[in-house]
Design a protein around this ligand. Structure first.
Ligand SMILES: [Zn+2]
Length: 258
């Protein structure tokens, strides 16, 4: 399987899934049709499926234009996110099969960024939209920190070698905050050097492994004593559970970093 990022807007990635030498392609979250159409034309490829993680415009904005060019393409979208269209709506436990790409993906519901947000998991890959980014979780627009904590626990339970394909290039910015929390985390400091190098060479920092994320993303590390202590310092009180640490950590980033 070949998975290629197409840049859109300021920092979005539209992921294109291919199975060479076949010329068929599936795309994830095409907020803009233009980069997808250009790439398909340049490489003489045919779009057969569009996978949507959630209803935000920078993830769905290109669907209708793509369907004008490729009317036979199937659109898969989350059942619980109020998206309108003649699409296939999926929910937790469903499997999406794209035989022409030899691709089978499981649907995992991951509410909190939006209420119906889903992720696609399979082939050692997780397409997680705006739930998790390099070194940070996504913003909570339609849910609670409790829901986001549970959503992230679902990701933490996947195999460590899973490659995470998120929808934005935010890693370096997020590392800045992660260093506030764990200034002495050597894996984090190493990741920063690698990501800075990527930025210079204009190479995406995505995908990354869940293993790396577990070692560096404070939002996945709320059971670690270093994270707990730093967050307690911010909150000026002792915190009894990883979920409480997560709640205060989220609050810390929203109020003092953004
Ligand atoms: Zn979003």
């Amino acid at each position: 399987m070949k998975i290629i990022p197409l840049s859109a807007f300021r920092d979005n990635y539209i992921w294109c899934i291919q199975q060479p030498p076949s010329s068929y392609v599936a795309v994830v979250d095409p907020g803009d049709a233009k980069p997808v159409l250009n790439w398909l034309e340049q490489h003489d490829l045919e779009l057969i499926a569009i996978l949507i993680t959630h209803r935000h415009q920078d993830h769905i904005g290109g669907i209708e234009k793509l369907l004008k060019h490729y009317p036979q393409a199937t659109v898969i979208a989350p059942h619980g996110d109020s998206i309108l269209g003649n699409y296939r709506f999926v929910k937790e436990g469903d499997t999406v099969e794209i035989p022409l790409l030899d691709l089978k993906l499981q649907i995992l519901e991951m509410p909190a960024h939006t209420k119906g947000h889903i992720a696609y998991y399979g082939e050692n890959s997780l397409f997680c939209g705006d739930v998790l980014f390099g070194c940070c979780c996504g913003k909570i627009f339609e849910g609670t920190t409790k829901q986001m904590f549970q959503t992230l626990n679902k990701i933490k339970n996947l195999p460590k070698e899973t490659l995470i394909y998120c929808a934005h290039e935010y890693t370096l910015e997020n590392i800045e905050f992660a260093k506030w929390v764990e200034p002495n985390n050597s894996v984090l400091l190493e990741r920063e050097i690698i990501c800075k190098n990527n930025e210079l060479k204009k190479i995406p920092t995505v995908p990354f492994t869940l293993e790396l994320e577990l070692a560096t993303d404070p939002f996945l590390r709320t059971s670690e004593i270093t994270v707990k202590k730093a967050v307690e310092q911010f909150a000026q009180k002792s915190l009894d559970s990883a979920e409480q640490v997560f709640d205060q950590l989220y609050h810390w980033k929203q109020t003092e970093f953004n």
